[in-house]
Design a protein. Structure first.
Length: 625
């Protein structure tokens, strides 16, 4: 690595830590200041922070691989998460969530189900979900950042004792970066996290612009078009994927056939089914939810969520698209010549391009940007996770009347413990992938049905919520175990067939079992207290099946009106998804020099922005906090 690149990285690390520590004094007043920034942080700073936290290294590397292989329509793979849950949050969920005026997602559950045994059961399972997720992701980050730093920095930091290795170089680098990031995150809470993430977002945007500019200057239309086909550029699709590559790159067509997504129409249909319910379920109890709860008002929560969508996708896909263009021109021929090509081989595209095909200076800024992506995501999780232990468990059940200074000290200790547990699990690198898959498939799979029903159905109660999440968790865990043991089942048996089905196609099964748990838990127990339901519905004002609650409130106050915006909210979500998609396609078409489609993307972006100005922004401006 050149001295200039190394200097850029070191300066970035020192400046980040300095900013985080300098601002940390503002977090010492109480838990609201520590975990929510005292609801005093500007909404646009929170939006930049939220976007920065979503700009993670692992996701970026994955997107580089799928864009390279599947072409432009690969952005629809993002619907598996789904990325447009941010659109649903922007259109109505941010307003509903922020009206609660609480600190964490599990505390929010108490406003819906009350504080009796049923409410506490639902409260505890959400807190457990948040804590386990945080530990698991820290373990994942530990493994990922170690490998990333050994690529960036030239020194061997292997620690050995009596001829035995205590820490590998990867583990030593991971420990150093995680300790440094943890210090300013724990010291300054939300204030330090947001301040550093705003700066980190700027670095990531600059990295995207530079790598995109480099590809536009150094690679010609002829070079790019000699490799990709018209189908590669085509955003539209039929039920089955056609041939994306010409005969010279037949290995890539074969890889597409064996990846399990050949029936692309079915994949998108299932993604839409999952995405609708997962999006209305709302954000999981993590950093995204904390940003919504940290805003000053309901109106600013909506602004922040819309701003996150606006600032995230174009710079991120400038970076992704730039790396893919370089990989197409420089690496495609040798990859296509590999007779044993696998999907995992595409995961090395990003580090390979950065190491060997990016000039001095840009390389340093790009690596600093990716390091910033790691640090921002890591610090966001470290700030969000401990809130559930301190506020929802320790304060609620053990020390309800302690001082703010005591709770902040406990927050520091809990943060170190959570990071320590994550790091400890990170040493078992061979199990991190399994752990991450378990979290995303099992916990998230069991999350959807219960969190969808909590918004839209008055009769749904705390026990229904608890058993719905628990049932989904059990079934999804069974499915994951099948996947891990697929090699041990006899071909042709039911277990063998189930073990080879892609996770997305099993989502309806997980959803149905979770829904059964929700319904049985609800109908076999008493409804939530009428007082709790009236308070929740009057404050949050969701749409859905709330007729008995609405009629009770109407009898008390004849001026009370129910939420009738379901149709307009769904219309805005459809427009918002198109708007979001245009921001992804625009930089891709720019970088592959398909200018007619680039101008179409710009036109779609402008038209949908104008529509949302009248149908969403004007509506938000009329909100009275």
């Amino acid at each position: 690595m050149d001295f200039i690149d190394l200097s850029i990285i070191i300066i970035y690390i020192l400046v980040t830590i300095g900013i985080g520590i300098c601002i940390s004094k503002r977090a010492s007043k109480g838990l609201d200041d520590y975990f929510l920034g005292g609801n005093a942080i500007k909404w646009y700073y929170l939006g930049l922070s939220n976007g920065s936290g979503m700009f993670d290294v692992s996701g970026t590397a994955w997107m580089v691989g799928i864009l390279f292989l599947y072409g432009v329509k690969s952005f629809m793979f993002m619907w598996l998460w789904p990325i447009w849950n941010q659109i649903f949050v922007m259109m109505f969920l941010a307003v509903w969530i922020r009206r609660s005026n609480i600190m964490t997602g599990s505390e929010w559950i108490l406003t819906r189900f009350g504080n009796d045994k049923a409410g506490k059961a639902s409260h505890i399972i959400v807190a457990a979900f948040a804590i386990v997720s945080t530990i698991g992701f820290i373990a994942y980050f530990f493994e990922g950042i170690g490998k990333f730093m050994t690529v960036i920095l030239p020194w061997d930091l292997t620690v050995s004792f009596n001829d035995g290795i205590v820490f590998t170089s990867e583990q030593s680098y991971a420990l150093i970066i995680i300790i440094l990031t943890t210090i300013y995150t724990i010291k300054g809470g939300m204030f330090s996290v947001v301040a550093t993430e705003v700066m980190q977002y700027g670095i990531m945007v600059l990295s995207g612009i530079l790598i995109a500019g480099y590809t536009l200057i150094n690679y010609s239309d002829v070079q790019i078009n000699s490799i990709i086909t018209e189908e590669w550029k085509n955003v539209f699709f039929s039920m089955e994927l056609g041939s994306h590559w010409n005969e010279k790159y037949a290995a890539f067509n074969h890889l597409i056939d064996t990846e399990g997504y050949k029936m692309f129409g079915a994949l998108i249909g299932m993604s839409l089914f999952k995405g609708f319910f997962a999006s209305i379920a709302g954000p999981t109890p993590s950093y995204d939810l904390q940003r919504i709860l940290s805003t000053k008002s309901v109106k600013e929560a909506a602004y922040m969520s819309g701003f996150t969508n606006l600032i995230l996708f174009i710079p991120r896909y400038l970076l992704i698209g730039g790396i893919v263009v370089i990989a197409l021109v420089t690496l495609a021929p040798q990859l296509a010549a590999n007779p044993s090509l696998k999907g995992a081989d595409l995961e090395i595209l990003m580090p390979t391009v950065i190491n060997f095909h990016v000039p001095v200076g840009i390389k340093g800024l790009l690596l600093a940007g990716l390091l910033a992506a790691f640090m921002s995501t890591f610090s966001a999780f470290v700030n969000a996770g401990p809130a559930y232990i301190v506020n929802d468990i320790y304060k609620k059940y053990f020390k309800p009347h302690a001082t703010d200074a005591h709770f902040i000290k406990v927050s520091h200790i809990v943060s170190f413990v959570i990071v320590g547990l994550g790091v400890f699990m990170g040493f078992f690198a061979h199990s991190i992938n399994s752990l991450t898959l378990w979290i995303t498939s099992a916990l998230f799979g069991g999350y959807v049905a219960a969190n969808f029903l909590k918004w839209v159905w008055w009769r749904f109660n705390g026990w229904g919520y608890f058993w719905g999440m628990f049932a989904g968790l059990i079934v999804a865990s069974f499915q994951f175990v099948l996947g891990q043991c697929k090699g041990s089942f006899e071909p042709g048996t039911l277990l063998h067939e189930l073990s080879n089905v892609k996770d997305i196609y099993l989502f309806p099964i997980i959803f149905i079992f979770s829904l059964i748990g929700c319904l049985l838990g609800t109908f076999l127990t008493q409804p939530t207290s009428p007082e709790v339901l009236r308070s929740f519905y009057k404050n949050i004002r969701p749409w859905g099946f709330w007729k008995p609650v609405y009629e009770a409130l109407k009898a008390e106050d004849s001026t009370f009106e129910k939420n009738t915006s379901l149709g307009s909210d769904m219309f805005n979500c459809v427009i918002g998804i198109v708007w979001q998609s245009s921001m992804i396609l625009l930089p891709i078409y720019l970088l592959i020099r398909d200018y007619p489609k680039m101008w179409v993307s710009i036109a779609v972006f402008v038209i949908t922005s104008i529509i949302l100005k009248f149908t969403w922004l004007d509506k938000v401006n009329k909100i009275h906090d």
